[in-house]
Design a protein around this ligand. Sequence first.
Ligand SMILES: N[C@@H](CCC(=O)N[C@@H](CS)C(=O)NCC(=O)O)C(=O)O
Length: 298
Amino acid sequence: MVKELIIWRGSQYSTKVIAALHTKGLKPEADYRLRSAPNGLEERKKLLPAPYTVPVLRWDDEIISGSDNICRFLDKQLSSAPPLYPAASDGEVRRLEEAAAALYWTNGWLSTIDPVGMEEWSGQRARNAVAKGEVGKLAKFAQAVLPQKTFGRVMHGVVQKDFRAFLRRRGEETGSEAPARLADERDSAKVLDEARTLLRVLDDALVASPTPYCCGSATPTAADLTLYGMLERWLGDSLCPGMNGASTPTIADGMAGVTAAWQAMRKTFRPDIDLHDLKDYKDLEEPITGPTTFPPSE
Ligand SMILES: N[C@@H](CCC(=O)N[C@@H](CS)C(=O)NCC(=O)O)C(=O)O
């Protein structure tokens, strides 16, 4: 029987689903296989179902794309495990899940375009990749001949350009104003402010909740898990200790609800879901053929 999750390490929605599976009692490698998808969109189109994003879950004959669909599927499939959308607060959890997903663009900006955030989030990972020859001979040569600081600036320039192009494309695809606008934004303080304003929506809901999680839930809901994916980038290490770091460690300062949820989830999930020492983590070998099966089409 196939239980396989296709991810990118460092991806916020992949982190969310790995944590959702943990909430349902399933741990990576012990209970399901993890596979990586290629970075390039054209390659992903050959291997993944539309819309060609990660995460994708294969569960026996079912194919599910998108973290929200996967969470819904897990509630249906594993209904006696803690619910990700508790019945009594389903609508509110969905609203807060969307509010947490709205953090995605500023979360990516502050950990990729912001120079300090990028260095803290993935400077070490980039240097490891170059040292291992994973990013091509030219980068290795550039690292050998350029002073460390100049090399860092060159690498950051490439990553920044890619991420701005990604924001532009996703802005066009989704019609959302935030990614299109952030693609041309240059002011880190402004983006930090915008991110904190969005984060306060979650903080208000969490402060009002009698438990550390949204809507009085005893266990993390899909909304908390979406937030967790973002916070692993800002405050944690994206599940890869020693490779990734906290891009924006002060972002939740003064937000008691977000801070308590973050601490509770970190304690619950780690180190069970650390991804730095995987034994069976490989690229996806076979294309996932056929359309997604859940939610069923009408
Ligand atoms: N709504 C989807 C969004 C997934 C998503 O945006 N995944 C990112 C990685 S975190 C991705 O695959 N980006 C590549 C692209 O958009 O081409 C979900 O909840 O899973």
